[in-house]
Each structure stands twice: as C-alpha cells, then as structure tokens.
Design a protein around this ligand. Sequence first.
Ligand code: LRH
Ligand code: MN
Ligand code: MN
Length: 429
Amino acid sequence: MSETMIDPSVIEQDNAAREANLRQDYDSLGERLDRQGIAIDTIKDKVARFGVAIPSWGVGTGGTRFARFPGTGEPRDIFDKLEDCAVIHQMTRSTPTVSLHIPWDKADPNRLKDTANRLGLGFDAMNSNTFSDAKGQANSYKFGSLSHTDAATRQQAIEHNLECIEIGQAIGSKALTVWVGDGSNFPGQAHFTRQFERYLDSMKSVYQGLPNDWRLFTEHKIFEPAFYSTVVQDWGTNYLIAKELGDRAYCLVDLGHHAPNVNIEMIVARLIQFGKLGGFHFNDSKYGDDDLDAGSIDPYRLFLVFNELVDAEQNLDDFRPAHMLDQSHNVTDPIESLMVSACEVLRSYAQGLIVDRKALSGYQDANDALMGSQTLKAAFRTDVEPILAMARMETGGAIDPVAAYRASGYRQKVGEVRPASESGGGGIV
Ligand code: LRH
Ligand code: MN
Ligand code: MN
C-alpha cells in the first residue's frame, strides 16, 4: 500500500456530499448513451485505465521572461515535486507517472525510485536538456548542442543524452524525449543542410545507446529560442529524423509547438498512418508555445486530436502513444491546473470514444460534409463529466478534485515547511 499525501478521509467526506447526485447523473447519461448503442460502463473502464504523465517541471510555478510570481509552498527539489505529483494522482487517479528533466531533477536514482515507490508513482519518459548550460559544463550550447559546429560540444550533448538513458534505466523509465533549441537567429548564420546533418549524426550516436525495450521521442517546435530557423522545426523534419534513426524512434507532438491555426489533428493522423507517432506533450495555446492548461483555450482541438487517437486505437494492434502534459503555470496553483488538465485530456478521450464511427464513416463515404461534422459535434457536446467522476470515485479519487484538494489544506500545510520562494524578474525583456 503506498503512502498517501492527503488523508483519504478528506476525499471520502467530500465525495459523500456529491455521490448521490453523481449516481443520478451517471444513470441518466447511461440511458442516453444506451439509446446510441453505447455501454457507459465500457467507456468508464477505458477512461479509468487511461494515464497521462505529469512533467516534474510543471508542479513549480512557471514564469515568463518578464517575471515569475511564486506561490505558497513551492517545491524545493524533485522530492517535493514527487509529493505534489502524488497529490495530483491521489485526487484524479489518472496521473500514475512523472516525466523527469535532467539535470533539473538530477538526484540519487535509488532515492528517486524509493520515493516514487513509496508514493505509488512510476517514471515516464526522461527529458534531456541541451538547450541551456548546466553549471560547470565544459562547452556552451549558446550556438547549438547536437548540431553544433564544434565536435566536442556535440559529443558533450550526446553524452548528456546517454546519461539521461542511464538514469532512466536505474529508475524504470522506458523512453527518452529529445528537444533541442538549436537553430539560428539570422539568415546566413547557419548552413541548413550541414547543421541538420550534424544533428542527425549526433542523434544516431544517441540511438545506438538506446536499450532495446526503449523508445526515442524527438520533439519538433517551430521557433524559440532560435528566432530565424530551428533545426527540428516541424513534423516533416521530425518524421525524417525518426525514419533515419530506426524502428524505435518516434515523433513527439507538443500541441503548442506549431504555427497558430495549423491542423494538428491532421499531423497526428499522418504520423499514425506511417507508424511514427510517439506521443504528446499536451497543453494549450493562443499565440505560440504558451504552455497553458490543456483544453483551456480550444477544447474542440483537443477533442479532434483524440478523435484521431481513438480511431487508431480501434484499428491498430500495438498503438500506445505516450501521453504527457507539458505546461507552465503562472497564475494558478500548479497542482490545481495539472489536475484540471489531466481531467480535460480524459474528457477528450471519453468524447472520442463516444463518436459514432460507423455513421461518421458512412457520411464520409457519401460526402455528407454537414452530417460528418454534426457527428463529431454530437460527441463533443455530450457532457461526459459523470463518466470521469465515476471512474475517479470508484478508484479512490475525488469526484471533484479541486474541491477536495482545497478542503485538504495541502497547499497551506506544505507552505509551513517549504520556505517562501523569491519572486523575481525573468530574463531581459
Ligand atoms: C520546449 C519544451 C520541451 C522542453 C520543455 C521544458 O518548449 O516543450 O518539451 O523539454 O519545453
Ligand atoms: Mn514539450
Ligand atoms: Mn514547449
């Protein structure tokens, strides 16, 4: 039995006040879905088995290059972060794993593993960091890392990725995610082809060090920190990388890493079709890589992504993309944001599961554009909250995670032991 950060009686008490209404709502939705030939319990069981990983860096208050405004009880280190992640999982029962970022989360692997075990958590993909210089490192990444013109700097970046794999192996991770900020800020600064060749060569060395039962995810992003060109700028380049590297190399889609209005669900469909969709960093955005809470700006887009994922899940044998959140919380309690975001991801999944796929396919074949759209809208308009809440309650979680979390007083309690974190400026405006 794993240790709980919040006394289970807090959840039980909060649930007790909500359970009768939930059962009524669940039965009523069940009747409605039944008329559509859908068994609500089947959807609920699938939702209960769905997990989305928490990024360790998401539980601390984020910031912008202008400023950071920390909250009460900011986690001091990765061990505090794991405890906050355990709270999120205790409340939602849908975030069983944590994704670490090295060197931010570097610590004794045995202690990491023991702490996670104690809290009932596991580890998802490891994330390497060659987009900023670590203290004391020999060569700077100012002009790139895996694609740097200098061989020694490239080698240092390769070795860092191999070290991430080594740490990951010690703690039970099974994937490495590589995102680099390499690129250029001025036309003429870098030779596009030679730079990408250097990147591919370096990644081949990383891939060689990948254990057989691991997957390698490369993450594309249109721009930032490089503002003129980026080496892994879009899904096309990302697909080329995965293809060049081999069978265990896949593309990772961070929803915030595209130009505004790009059809991300279609990118997802393409990567699925050619067997190269590795996983996601879920978040939402209005302008750029805003890292806002999943589903907070455009929930329909999140649903459309899941519409593709459910379609694939129902048609493919070994389809298991890695689901992770990647968010920055500037004005909310990160634990609350991450709980709500995990629920939004599950909501989209549940809505994807209730799409009438047979009807949809018929409308598509008949070129009935209006009814095709209406079929998706019918699923999206359905309030599946009772399914999510029932899945949470039956697995020991909270019917209303935010309410139960607030009732627990967790934030105030950790605020008493964790020293106040200093607010401060970000970078230079
Ligand atoms: C880059 C990114 C990538 C990093 C994380 C901190 O914008 O999405 O996944 O590892 O942010
Ligand atoms: Mn990301
Ligand atoms: Mn990002």
